[in-house]
Design a protein around this ligand. Structure first.
Ligand code: WTA
Length: 667
């Protein structure tokens, strides 16, 4: 049994304890007031979206959109598992997010941009203004020769120009690919190259128009200021292009098991239908609400639930430029109070940070949330309760939404007016999503068994990615091969989608997510591939070998810790450590900054020469390394242990969280 924990101890809680806690968790009920106003109140929805009604049930999602031409086939499986949703339909995402709202909501705010400096004024962008800006920019992009099917890579922070540029691309059918702002410029250029693009033009948005703030000089003939180019397109209008439902809308890069990031390709009709319906039913967005998702647009959460889903529902959405704790941990609550935010959406890492720095701050402000969301990582019951009691003031419902880049939108979550909440557990599956947990042999792990396995989705759904950009084989291999029995099958029942997480299902049907089963470290909700980090370390000339492991972190969930062995004759020095840190920041981004870099005399290795990351992970997480006598160099383990933990043993007996315990097993 987990002991009641003092606040100061709560961050030490192990996942095993959470599991115990989780079983004890009481249900929390949504208020009658919330239920009465919710978009989705009827529990019979789950009959309507039963597997026996698949795929036709998803017509209801497509009906939330405006189509230029109707689709003839809900789900075309002829090229399984490359699903085509709403085939035959013609549609435009920019039209659905902007134009169709003008008559009714033209003067209503689409975005309220809140700059990071608190003294700077908000900028309200109405749907009419959004329309004007998107049209001008689309005209400018077309003037540069861009047309449907071309690709544009963005590397932009949280400014209104980012959604404007996305929607301008969508208007033309140009595929956009946004590199998360936490990644470096180098990473952005790499991503562009992945798309087969040589960077031939660089368009620069200025944070303050007319003021050049970058250190890097502009390259004449290649680099242009958008504001200069826009001048000749002022006031222009450009009809949205009617595009096939299955044309790609955007690519979103995420880390995978190999060093090469994968570009998840999302198509227009299916994706837009899915994020529109889930924004309406799960986030419960009404056009009258003021919604704030405090995520980065460069992350899939921002694409789906700041830009496309909310705008398709005519939302008023807050766009905050800065970090939640600037200048202090009261900032989000001041913004919420001032703007009357009533739906709030963020990640556990931000919740933990705000709790740590200002546990009582929410009490000082008179905002009222009706609904709050968490996304990106498992949330500990302790943090959940603070979110519920303090941030939500016991009035707001919480949805813990579990999903991933590849899935476009929510997979498992409560429907807030229908289900009770259970801290630490995301909930049952979203309507029309039918998960199954398989063990390694492909046998189903039954609910209530207390056993975990690999969570898959039995059926396709409209939000699912279409493929990995330019790599059909990798798509099939990564997401389907493990449990597909018949690679020639055209029947969707033969293609369960492997989500990449370990999970277990309680007797009540609620899922608890344990974390990634691949070599991916989830840092503050952002996926970093271990191979990417190791390759970055190897760009430092002195480094011979590098291994990275995840370490539990009080705020960020997991952080990378790096071990390097140096080339013969190179002496260990702080300078080398600094270069390794710098390499990670430059090649990947600040988010990949290692917590520690240890220079070791040698890596612990098997006799066949493989680095035992599992052993390093145990050392970094202050756990017992287990039996290492079969290693080629067992002595080095003790040397490394002393280097990291000090002479006295400091291991804890707590079970390691599943993702760390399994880390490095697939070598
Ligand atoms: C993790 C983010 C527990 C999970 C939308 C998944 C979660 C990865 C949750 C995807 C949640 C996301 N509870 N874990 N509510 N949401 N995850 O692609 O391990 O950046 O596989 O998409 O985050 O991260 P991604």
């Amino acid at each position: 049994m987990a002991k009641p924990m003092k606040t100061t101890e709560q961050t030490e809680v192990s996942e095993a304890q959470i599991a115990v806690h989780w079983k004890e968790e009481a249900y929390y009920q949504p208020s009658e007031q919330f239920k009465a106003q919710a978009n989705l109140q009827d529990p019979r929805i789950f009959d309507r979206f039963g597997l026996d009604k698949f795929p036709d049930c998803f017509r209801e999602y497509a009906d939330m959109l405006t189509w230029f031409e109707p689709y003839h086939t809900v789900l075309d499986t002829s090229d399984a598992p490359f699903w085509k949703w709403f085939a035959g339909g013609k549609i435009n995402a920019s039209h659905n997010c902007v134009d169709r709202h003008l008559a009714k909501y033209g003067n209503k705010a689409a975005f309220i941009f809140v700059p990071e400096p608190e003294a700077e004024r908000d900028m309200v962008i109405t749907y009419q203004e959004l329309y004007d800006r998107v049209n001008e920019l689309a005209a400018m992009l077309r003037g540069l020769g861009l047309k449907a099917g071309d690709r544009v890579t963005f590397h932009m922070p949280m400014v209104p120009e980012l959604p404007v540029t996305m929607l301008a691309c969508a208007r033309l059918g140009v595929i956009h690919s946004q590199v998360f702002g936490g990644f470096s410029g180098q990473a952005a250029v790499r991503a562009a190259n992945e798309l087969g693009q040589d960077v031939d033009k660089v368009l620069v948005w200025q944070r303050y128009a007319g003021k050049y703030s970058a250190k890097t000089p502009m390259v004449s003939g290649r680099d242009f200021f958008v504001n200069d180019l826009l001048k000749e397109h002022k006031g222009k209008q450009l009809e949205p292009v009617a595009l096939p439902s299955e044309a790609p809308l955007f690519l979103m890069y995420s880390s995978g098991t190999t060093g090469k990031p994968k570009g998840a390709q999302h198509g227009i009709g299916g994706y837009l239908a899915y994020v529109t319906a889930t924004s309406k039913w799960i986030l419960d967005i009404h056009p009258e609400d003021t919604y704030w998702c405090m995520a980065d647009i460069g992350w899939i959460t921002g694409h789906s639930y700041i830009v496309y889903g909310p705008l398709a529902n005519a939302a008023t959405s807050v766009l905050y430029e800065g970090v939640p704790t600037f200048p202090d941990a009261g900032r989000p609550w001041r913004i919420a109070e001032r703007l009357g935010v009533n739906i709030f959406h963020t990640a556990p890492t931000a919740i933990r940070m705000l709790r740590k720095l200002g546990p009582q701050e929410p009490r000082k402000y008179k905002y009222h949330f009706k609904s709050m969301t968490t996304v990106g990582e498992p949330i500990e019951p302790e943090a959940w309760r603070w979110y519920y009691d303090e941030v939500g003031k016991r009035e707001a419902v919480i949805t813990d939404t579990w999903w991933m880049t590849e899935t476009g939108g929510f997979l498992a979550t409560t429907v807030p007016a229908i289900h009770a909440m259970k801290p630490g557990s995301c909930g049952p599956a979203a309507p029309g999503i039918h998960p199954v947990i398989y063990d390694e042999t492909g046998a189903e792990v039954p609910k209530g068994s207390g056993k975990a396995g690999n969570i898959c989705i039995r059926n396709p759904w409209p939000g699912i990615m279409q493929t990995i950009w330019g790599d059909r084989d990798r798509y099939v291999k990564t997401y389907f091969s493990k449990y597909n029995q018949n690679p020639r099958s055209k029947d969707w029942r033969d293609w369960p989608f492997l989500c990449g997480d370990g999970a277990l299902q309680a007797a009540d049907g609620y899922y608890r997510i344990l974390g990634r089963i691949d070599d991916v470290i989830n840092v503050a909700g952002h996926r970093l591939g271990t191979k990417e980090i190791e390759s970055a370390c190897l760009t430092v000339p002195e480094v011979a070998e590098a291994a990275v492991v995840p370490v539990q972190d009080e705020v960020k969930g997991r952080v990378p810790e790096v071990y390097v062995a140096l080339k013969p004759g190179v002496a260990p020095s702080q300078a080398v450590i600094d270069r390794v840190i710098k390499a990670n920041e430059e090649v990947i981004g600040k988010i990949a900054r290692p917590k520690h870099v240890y220079i070791v005399p040698d890596m612990p290795k098997t006799r066949s020469g493989k680095i035992m990351r599992r052993v390093l992970a145990a050392i970094s997480n202050r756990r017992d390394v287990g039996d290492v006598t079969t290693l080629a160099n067992p002595d080095v383990v003790e040397q490394i242990r002393i280097m990291v933990q000090g002479k006295d043993t400091q291991t804890t007996q707590d079970a390691l969280p599943e993702d760390i315990a399994k880390f490095g097993q697939v070598e």
